[in-house]
Design a protein around this ligand. Structure first.
Ligand SMILES: [Zn+2]
Length: 624
């Protein structure tokens, strides 16, 4: 059937059947409005007609920075219109399954959301093929020039979350809609394509790659990368793709992935996606990782050479349960994805490395949370777990609230219910809602019915409403204490009292000890003190991105200019928003810093992903 409708399209195009009855772009009259949609970030009306399968056939054109081809959509429902989300897509023609050209219209452009694409469906229509071209500015697509990669070949990667899938695929771009998919991707000679699907591990001699994702996923998990890639196996169910020069280092760093999978399965039930592979991207990737199913996209900044930053892998793997298997219904419910995942990440790390290690990570997470609460104000509505992101960019919800307040809520539930009861509850939750999307309200009633009401007194102690719909942190929050960090506090105190940096007892410190130490440094350090620390511990030349970023932040705060060239290099080389944001924000606090930052940004901006650039534009009041 899917092959068939593609054949019809080819014939139709060949015989010039298309283009006659397609409505012109911008035609009004679409009945799609925001108010009748449950998801405030999608025009789609899945309650009427719902997409169930997508078949992509795309050619990757690096010269013009476009994807060009077709998206064949299968759908169900009795409605007379299929409404899709698009943004900056050039829709050229749409063909229905009876071989006729469809009537369609594009709605008015809406900020952040793009334009609805409404396709009229004669009774009985079950599929349609959209022929389209992406725009060179498509926000989901980052096109890297050969100079921006380690191997000197061009590179393309997508980032669809939160609502950017619509910039490269016409789809019902809501996390409440799940579909299976398949794809044929044509790439320039010598490059390899991978997707969030079943992947080949060898190059295709024809430069054509085919993919199949048999489990239904929401559109934000559609993912594609094209580059000079090689594969190395990590175990029975796992492996890593990377540019050849990075592959060996990456495989060493991720060697414990199978153990992590086993640990997560012991806690939360079977891994439902068959394989778990990782793709290491060039440094401009805006995030630490993206949990694209079967193929996590990861930043190379976690390749520290000592496996000290693999909590990120645990996080992305945890999304195989929270997020990918049980999905937030809208971006207002983002904490259901990220709070659960951050909590599970910590549990996986505890399984692998023990309680002390996990407690260090938990304390650092609470520090991030405290910083965010201070930044946005503890009473602000954006500190609620359940957010209101209507008419806003859903990326605004991507803060420590969803991640760290969410994780703190789950840790509190664990401490109130007891670990065994809580773990059973979570395992049941994942099996009950597998391959479904649910919203905060449905989660809250499930929790109440299956845990709180079943355990006398627990509902009162839990203070669910306060956690989910209230600001700041409820006072019943489970405390986290790290004995290892108490030791760091003692060392820091000794230094403050006059011990030289070289005298400090730091043997055996991990990345986390150092992060805690650096975060705790006062804001009024002298040049001599800064130089002493740097000389003793080599922070400026650290190959560990987390330590380097924390140190550079301290340097900016103390106006320590010896690190300027290292800072400029880091800001130019790395596009990960988590690092860029605090560094630029710290710089922007003084006039000199702001001016200097703008100078660096002018050169670095073109290497950043639009997601990172958008954030830094705001911090630096950048207008180009
Ligand atoms: Zn996450």
């Amino acid at each position: 059937m899917r092959q068939d409708i593609q054949l019809v399209l080819v014939l139709a195009l060949t015989f010039g059947l298309l283009g006659c009855s397609a409505a012109p772009e911008g035609e009004t009259g679409s009945s799609s409005t925001m108010t009748d949609s449950l998801d405030p970030h999608s025009f789609a009306r899945p309650d009427e007609v719902r997409v169930t399968h997508l078949a992509l056939d795309l050619t990757v054109d690096f010269d013009h920075r476009i994807l060009e081809g077709t998206a064949a959509l299968e759908f169900e429902g009795e409605g007379s219109e299929l409404v899709l989300d698009t943004r900056n897509l050039d829709i050229q023609a749409i063909l229905l399954d009876d071989g006729t050209a469809a009537d369609f219209s594009l709605g008015e452009e809406v900020e952040f959301l793009g334009r609805s694409l409404t396709i009229a469906l004669p009774a009985g229509t079950k599929s349609a093929i959209v022929r389209y071209v992406t725009d060179p500015s498509a926000e989901a697509l980052q096109w890297l020039s050969p100079q921006q990669t380690s191997g000197g070949k061009p590179f393309l990667f997508t980032q669809s979350q939160a609502i950017l899938a619509r910039t490269w695929v016409p789809c019902q771009d809501s996390p409440a809609v799940r579909m299976t998919y398949e794809a044929t991707i044509r790439v320039p000679t010598g490059l390899m394509a991978v997707m969030s699907a079943e992947n080949a591990t060898e190059r295709s001699p024809q430069d054509i790659y085919t993919f199949r994702m048999a489990q239904p996923i929401p559109s934000y998990l559609l993912a594609l990368a094209v580059g000079d890639l090689a594969f190395q196996s990590l175990g029975e169910r796992s492996g890593v793709f990377a540019e050849p020069s990075v592959l060996k280092k990456a495989a060493w760093e991720f060697a414990e992935v199978e153990e992590m999978m086993d640990a997560a399965e012991r806690l939360y039930g079977p891994y439902r996606w068959e394989r778990y592979d990782l793709l290491v991207l060039p440094p401009s990737f805006p995030f630490g990782g993206m949990e694209n199913p079967r193929l996590t996209f990861a930043t190379p900044t976690i390749l520290a050479g000592d496996r000290s930053l693999v909590a990120l892998v645990a996080h992305e793997l945890a999304h195989s349960w929270s997020g990918n298997l049980v999905t937030n219904a809208t971006w207002n419910d983002f904490w259901l994805n990220e709070g659960f995942t951050s909590y599970i990440e910590n549990r996986i790390m505890e399984e692998l490395y023990g309680t002390d290690y996990a407690k260090m990570l938990a304390v650092l997470s609470r520090q991030d949370l405290a910083d965010t609460l201070e930044e946005i104000g503890p009473e602000a509505a954006d500190t609620h777990l359940f957010l209101d992101l209507r008419n806003r960019n859903p990326d605004d919800g991507m803060t420590a609230i969803a991640y760290d307040k969410g994780a703190a809520f789950l840790a509190t539930m664990e401490s109130l219910a007891g670990r065994e009861v809580w773990d059973d509850f979570l395992a049941d939750y994942f099996s009950t809602f597998g391959f479904e999307s649910l919203d905060t309200e449905r989660f809250a009633s499930y929790l109440t019915e299956n845990l709180l009401d079943a355990n006398p007194g627990l509902a009162d102690k839990a203070r669910l409403e306060e956690w989910i719909y209230g600001p700041g942190l409820p006072s019943n929050i489970a405390p986290v204490v790290s004995g290892a960090f108490d030791e760091v506090d003692r060392v820091a105190a000794a230094w403050a009292e006059g011990a030289t940096a070289a005298e400090l007892e730091t043997a055996g410190w991990t990345t986390h000890h150092w992060l805690y130490f650096l975060r705790g440094l006062p804001d009024n350090l002298s040049g001599t003190q800064m130089t002493g620390l740097d000389k003793a511990f080599g922070f400026t030349t650290s190959g560990n991105s987390e330590i380097l970023c924390a140190w550079l932040t301290v340097a900016i705060r103390n106006d320590y200019r010896e690190t300027d060239s290292a800072l400029e290099d880091f800001l130019t080389r790395v596009g990960r928003r988590k690092f860029l944001k605090p560094l630029y924000a710290e710089l922007a606090k003084t006039e000199r810093g702001l001016e200097w930052a703008r100078g660096v940004y002018a050169g670095a901006r073109s290497g950043y992903h639009s997601i990172s650039a958008g954030t830094i534009d705001e911090i630096l009041s950048w207008s180009g």
